[in-house]
Design a protein around this ligand. Structure first.
Ligand code: CTP
Length: 398
């Protein structure tokens, strides 16, 4: 099941992210959904009703009454299979939490008998404000579901949390939402995820690291949390920020710190997904002061010692958990990935190949295969969010 033949109300509130809604409607209509657009009066400052009416092929309602005619909000809320509020501004969120009813979006929200999904969009500081957190918790307690915003450049020019989820990812969320209830949270109540690089200190100002951004692991955390799983995200040093309801971030720097944190959390987890690019070796000594070059030095030798292998250790301690490792290979991909599966006692290895364009470090997309002892499942090139969704869907189908 997916959005095909579904009746969707898209309620647009006043946020700069409203400029993405014609694209969202286009994607939904293309996927076979019937879309009725509503907007708050102020949303028309950001996107025109004409654009949205054109792509949805339906009149857009921006007021409770139009041309002395009442727009039946009760009927609308009963007609829809889902009410999607995207973008949901901080103001609309606050009104939802408090049951205000001063525009058509609020009237339909309060009378909706269908499920309600919100895709918030706001500035980083607004997203982190305790009032916003409290309002989010309140609407979640009402049973509304939150499609968490993404990290990136915001209208203010600040880079942070608060960008509305990408329309492609909202469509992917909805497709999963309409899947028959093989509820992810019944399979995985709690998840442990590693993400990002590790930094291995050489001296107070230098380290050995790698190019990992943590995006793939953050996508797994987002997908699982959205489905009701409680997520522990052990995150190496990255510029990505994570403020996703249901995700507890445990920042670490070195492989040893990541190892210690994972061991303390593993017992509680039903699934562990190891996406981190962990440094295999660390310097034998960490200089207390900056290492200086000496007159005449042409070479420098660094002595490294092996780091503990987190995935292999969790494999050796495995009880009921599903254990998923990642592998990034440049040659003999399948063979090497299968060896890793066995050696580290993982249930699955998700293989990405640097030979595939669009896959790997720093990219927004990824192309992976899921390898188990019995089978190799190849997935197409997708956004990292979609890859995470597909992998989770595959795991619960097994
Ligand atoms: N991994 C880990 N701890 C390490 C090294 C790797 O948990 N010290 C995990 C990674 O998070 C990933 C998987 O093991 O899930 C595979 O990592 P990779 O570096 O590709 O494999 P290695 O076993 O280190 O093999 P090689 O570097 O030789 O390819």
């Amino acid at each position: 099941m997916n959005v095909n033949n579904k009746k969707i109300i898209l309620a647009v509130s006043a946020s700069i992210a409203a400029y993405k809604t014609p694209e969202l409607v286009r994607l939904l209509v293309k996927a076979g959904a019937e879309v009725q657009v509503l907007m708050t009066p102020a949303a028309a400052d950001f996107v025109t009703p004409l654009s949205l009416a054109t792509v949805s092929k339906k009149e857009v309602f921006a007021n409770v009454s139009n041309h002395a005619q009442w727009n039946n909000h009760v009927h609308l809320g009963r007609w829809a299979d889902v009410l999607l509020i995207a973008p949901c501004s901080a103001n609309t969120l606050a009104k939802m939490a408090n049951g205000l009813c001063d525009n058509i979006v609020q009237a339909v929200y309060l009378s909706a008998t269908c499920p309600v999904l919100v895709a918030p969009a706001m500035d980083d500081d607004m997203w982190h404000h305790p009032a916003t957190k409290a309002n989010l918790a309140t609407i979640q307690a009402y049973g509304n579901k939150v499609i968490a915003p993404e990290h990136g450049e915001l209208a203010s020019g600040i880079v942070g949390m608060g960008r509305m989820a990408d329309p492609v990812n909202i469509l992917a969320y909805l497709n999963t939402f309409f899947e028959p209830a093989k509820a992810v949270q019944n399979h995985f109540k709690r998840a442990l995820i590693t993400a990002g690089p590790t930094y291995e200190k050489l001296d107070p100002v230098r380290f050995i690291g790698n190019y990992s951004t943590g995006k793939m692991g953050i996508a797994f955390a987002r997908v699982l949390a959205e489905q009701g799983t409680q997520v522990d995200l052990v995150l190496g040093p990255t510029s990505e920020q994570v403020a996703i309801p249901g995700v507890e971030v445990h920042p670490v720097e070195s492989a040893q710190e990541m190892y210690d944190k994972c061991l303390s959390l593993y017992d509680k987890a039903d699934i562990a997904i190891m996406t981190a690019a962990v440094a295999d070796f660390r310097p034998v000594t960490k200089a207390g002061e900056k290492i200086k070059k000496k007159e005449g030095d042409e070479h420098m030798l660094l002595e490294l010692v092996k780091n503990p292998d987190i995935l292999a250790t969790l494999g050796s301690l495995k009880k009921e958990q599903i254990l998923v490792g990642f592998a990034l290979e440049t040659n003999n991909e399948l063979e090497n990935a299968k060896k890793k599966l066995q050696k580290k006692n993982a249930d699955y290895i998700v293989l990405n190949s640097l030979n595939d364009s669009g896959a790997g470090f720093g990219q927004e997309t990824n192309k992976v295969s899921i390898i188990s002892a019995q089978h190799v499942e190849e997935l197409p090139l997708q956004s990292k969010y979609e890859v995470a969704q597909s992998v989770i869907k595959y795991l619960i189908s097994q």
